[in-house]
Design a protein around this ligand. Structure first.
Ligand SMILES: *[C@@H]1O[C@H](CO)[C@@H](O)[C@H](O)[C@H]1NC(C)=O
Ligand SMILES: *[C@@H]1O[C@H](CO)[C@@H](O)[C@H](O)[C@H]1NC(C)=O
Ligand SMILES: *[C@@H]1O[C@H](CO)[C@@H](O)[C@H](O)[C@H]1NC(C)=O
Length: 428
């Protein structure tokens, strides 16, 4: 019996030692063992409700956001959209989770699929028209679990976002385009979004846009009050200023040159009707083409834009230059027809009858009476002075109109141009 006991005792100690050995071996193997989702859940998985945010002490769960903007492009005025490439990080703390045994590293990579069975923030892009999630070469997202039960979910997205634009002072405008992220189903009692206290937003310095310039970027809160409650929302605002260079060289300078071209007409002889009319009409047509080109990329807005005002003024100028020729032509009258031999002034009738003389005296008397009555002293008009014929005088008048126009048109155009550029100087 004692032998058996002793044997039994030996057996027990052997089993115990082997168990301890196995346990030790197990310990070392544990570090290699892959982590299962259930290792993260509490002892009783029933206690973990993935629909309920991890409210610590009844406080709303805080989700920290970080956005890295890698690119902005495809700003489309016509559809009022733009595209952005972003890294979007959400960080939250879930105290209900269990940490993997003896976690030594700062954080641990988790399988992204596990998010389906965990509570996660339900943020959505409020002003997105489409969101593209890239899957090459692997799906572009990851999940980290930190030592302090903080979870980081990072995803790379390409977004097509809407941006309300106003073109009242186009092309001197500055647009504010936003990227808004709102909670879909949690009110502010349950969950609130906050910008990462350290680095909320990083915008690539090398962003280059063809027509606009990124002048400012900032983060803001856009929490919205709905009938169902307040929903937390954060936004990134990009301030984009239009570069004037393109418009200066493709719209303003050519338009001014066309207007100046239309003034060449004032230096052409009034008789050269085909030349002057052609010049005016060609200028008008070129200008309307220029006007159409200046807003090819814009939606047909109902209000007057700054560029429209400028173009309209230029059109009026060219039109007035054409009308000036019309006036010149009227003043010129029908002097183009061979001038009729001017009737020689009636020779002073020295040999008249008495009645004729009497009549003349009577005539002068009535004239003098009328003058006295009207209270004006007027030099009695002597016969028509010997000088230019009426046709020549008409031509002089026409040329004078041209001469005045040569000064008046450039002066007025310069004044209007200066006014325009002073008005919009603050936006340049
Ligand atoms: C592993 O963690 C447990 C408690 O979680 C602790 O008792 C044990 O000492 C740790 N082992 C090592 C090797 O750190
Ligand atoms: C974005 O804003 C930050 C802070 O205002 C600034 O330092 C940074 O230069 C801006 N980036 C761009 C591309 O404008
Ligand atoms: C929503 O926000 C408004 C002010 O922003 C506040 O007066 C109101 O009490 C909030 N409602 C809830 C349900 O939190």
């Amino acid at each position: 019996m004692s032998m058996d006991e002793a044997h039994g005792g030996g057996m027990v100690s052997a089993i115990l030692s082997s168990v301890v050995l196995l346990l030790l071996l197990g310990r070392t193997a544990d570090a290699q063992r892959s982590l299962e989702f259930f290792d993260l859940l509490p002892e009783d998985p029933k206690l973990y409700d993935k629909m309920r945010p991890p409210k610590k002490d009844g406080q709303a769960t805080v989700v920290y956001f970080h956005v890295t903007v890698m690119g902005l492009d495809s700003i489309d005025e016509n559809s009022m959209t733009y595209a952005a490439d972003i890294f979007f990080a959400q960080t939250w703390k879930d105290n209900r989770l269990r940490l993997p045994e003896n976690m030594t590293s700062e954080y641990r990579l988790l399988e992204v699929d596990w998010l389906k069975n965990m509570w996660r923030p339900d943020s959505f892009f409020k002003n997105a028209k489409s969101v593209t999630f890239q899957t090459m070469t692997i799906p572009n997202h990851y999940l980290w679990l930190y030592k302090d039960k903080t979870i980081l979910y990072m995803v790379k997205l390409t977004l097509k976002l809407s941006c309300a634009m106003n073109f009242l002072i186009y092309p001197h405008d500055t647009q504010e385009c936003k990227l808004q992220m709102e909670s879909l189903s949690h009110t502010t009692d349950e969950m609130i979004f906050q910008w990462d206290p350290d680095v909320p937003l990083v915008v690539d310095e090398n962003i280059e846009l063809p027509q606009l310039q990124l002048v400012k970027n900032y983060t803001a809160d856009c929490t919205q009050v709905y009938s169902t409650g307040n929903f937390t929302c954060l936004e990134v605002v990009f301030v984009l200023k239009r570069r004037l260079g393109y418009y200066l060289f493709h719209t303003y300078v050519p338009t001014c040159l066309i207007v100046i071209m239309s003034w060449v007409s004032f230096w052409i002889k009034p008789e050269a009707a085909p030349a002057r009319v052609t010049l005016g009409v060609t200028s008008l047509l070129t200008l309307s083409t220029q006007h159409a080109k200046s807003q090819a990329s814009l939606p047909p807005v109902s209000y007057l834009k700054a560029v429209d005002a400028f173009m309209s003024v230029c059109t009026v100028f060219v039109f007035m230059a054409l009308m000036e020729y019309c006036l010149v032509n009227i003043v010129l009258g029908d002097s183009d027809t061979p001038p009729k031999p001017a009737a020689p002034p009636p020779p002073p009738s020295s040999s008249g009858t008495d009645t004729a003389k009497l009549d003349k005296i009577f005539d002068i008397a009535t004239k003098e009476n009328a003058m006295l009555l009207s209270g004006r002293s007027q030099k009695s008009s002597a016969g028509p002075p010997p000088g230019p014929t009426p046709a020549q005088r008409a031509r002089m008048r026409a040329l004078n109109i041209d001469r005045v126009s040569r000064v008046f048109f450039p002066f007025l155009f310069a004044v209007l141009n200066v006014t325009y550029w002073i008005m919009f100087a603050e936006y340049i």
